[in-house]
Design a binder for this molecule. Structure first.
Ligand code: SAM
Length: 357
């Protein structure tokens, strides 16, 4: 057979080389972004106005040669601005909300902190690609769990009590009156602590299978002054007590879990007959063609680096972070839930489902 003449669209080649160069730069810059967060350089810049390298070195106590290179990278990436006339670097207040202000609802420090510990799993993951087996949570650097905590903290601080709970008026009323509530897969407890702070007449439990996260949750509850009303325990939530809770929440847990249907069945069984379950999952689709966007891209990577993989570690379902509404409905139906409502809450990252028995 005669070899077919290959026709190459050189504009397409050039355009994709540009995309790839940008992506390689972003991947390598990830290490410097991580360093900027961990060493407090973003925070130092945010409060400084326009600074020279020497001034930033003095503020941070860091080496000026390394800072100059780091500042060059951040300028090239347009995270900060550089004025060649004065040789000063500055961060805009808008960028500071994302890079430096821990209390801002747009803060992304948790995700910046995640870059290096998650990417460091790549060599071990290569073996998983060969065998299909996963990596248990115990294989991950403990910093991953701190990063998860910081990543979701802005949501709990700004959205959960003000926007998410009010989307379920009956649940809000019950929490105000005094209810018994449980957060399944509570991680370091930020979500349930926010609820306990907002609803002083209710009592709360936070259960997670990961010992380290539960210890952090207890410390966080003490720091928030709600330790009296939130009890944290290491519990495998596929074995919850029957008909105990008025309200159960679950933030980004079902897709990570080993046995999602078993977990949902157990949650359903643990609800009082008129109880409600809030299931929060990623606001993505199960279809690759609907995830061609920055969130889809980040989540497929995060899912491979962590979510899917920790589930597969225990011979689990390995659903992964991108299960979408369709799969959530399917799992809920399989677990026997009679009612499944997607709440009308607009959020770039999260989809909220209210389920009843
Ligand atoms: C992605 S983290 C989310 C943590 C927390 N909800 C947050 O938003 O920060 C998922 C958590 O679910 C926990 N988890 C998964 N399956 C579980 C199970 N069967 N019982 C208890 N915890 C579970 C994991 O240990 C992990 O801490």
């Amino acid at each position: 057979m005669a070899e077919e003449q290959k026709t190459v669209d050189w504009n397409k080649v050039k355009a994709f080389a540009g995309v790839m160069t940008n992506d390689l730069g972003a991947a390598m810059q990830g290490a410097l972004t991580y360093i900027g967060d961990r060493l407090g350089i973003f925070k130092a810049l945010a409060g400084a106005g326009a600074v020279t390298v020497a001034e930033l070195a003095q503020r941070t106590g860091l080496n000026d040669r390394y800072l100059r290179e780091w500042l060059g990278a951040m300028t090239a990436a347009k995270y900060i601005e550089y004025d060649p006339a004065t040789m000063r670097y500055a961060m805009s207040p808008e960028h500071a909300m994302i890079l430096a202000e821990e209390d801002s609802q747009f803060f992304m420090g948790g995700f910046m902190q995640m870059i290096v510990p998650e990417v460091s799993m790549a060599p071990k993951l290569m073996e998983s690609f060969r065998t299909g087996k996963g990596l248990p949570q115990s294989e991950y650097p403990p910093e991953v769990f701190e990063a998860i905590e910081r990543g979701s903290a802005p949501i709990y601080r700004h959205q959960l009590v003000r926007k998410w709970i009010p989307a379920m008026p009956a649940v809000e009323a019950r929490l105000k009156e005094g209810a018994l509530a449980l957060d399944v897969g509570c991680g370091s407890g930020r979500g349930v602590i926010a609820l306990a702070t907002a609803f002083p007449k209710s009592r709360f439990h936070g259960y997670d299978a990961h010992q380290g996260s539960v210890e952090r949750a207890r410390a966080n509850a003490r720091a928030a002054g709600v330790a009296e009303r939130v009890e944290f325990d290491v519990v495998d939530c596929t074995k919850l007590p029957a008909e105990k809770f008025d309200f159960i929440s679950c933030f980004d847990v079902i897709h990570d879990s080993v046995d999602p249907v078993g977990l949902l069945k157990s949650i359903r069984g643990a609800l009082k007959p008129d109880g409600a379950f809030l299931m929060v999952e990623m606001n993505v689709s199960a279809r690759p063609e609907e995830n061609i966007n920055p969130i889809g891209r980040m989540m497929y990577a995060a899912s491979t680096l962590y979510c899917m993989t920790v589930s597969l570690a225990h011979g689990g379902a390995g659903i992964g972070a991108l299960m979408g509404e369709e799969k959530a409905r399917e799992l809920a139906a399989e677990a026997g839930f009679g009612r499944f409502v997607r709440l009308p809450v607009k959020d770039a990252f999260s989809a909220l489902y209210e389920l009843r028995r």
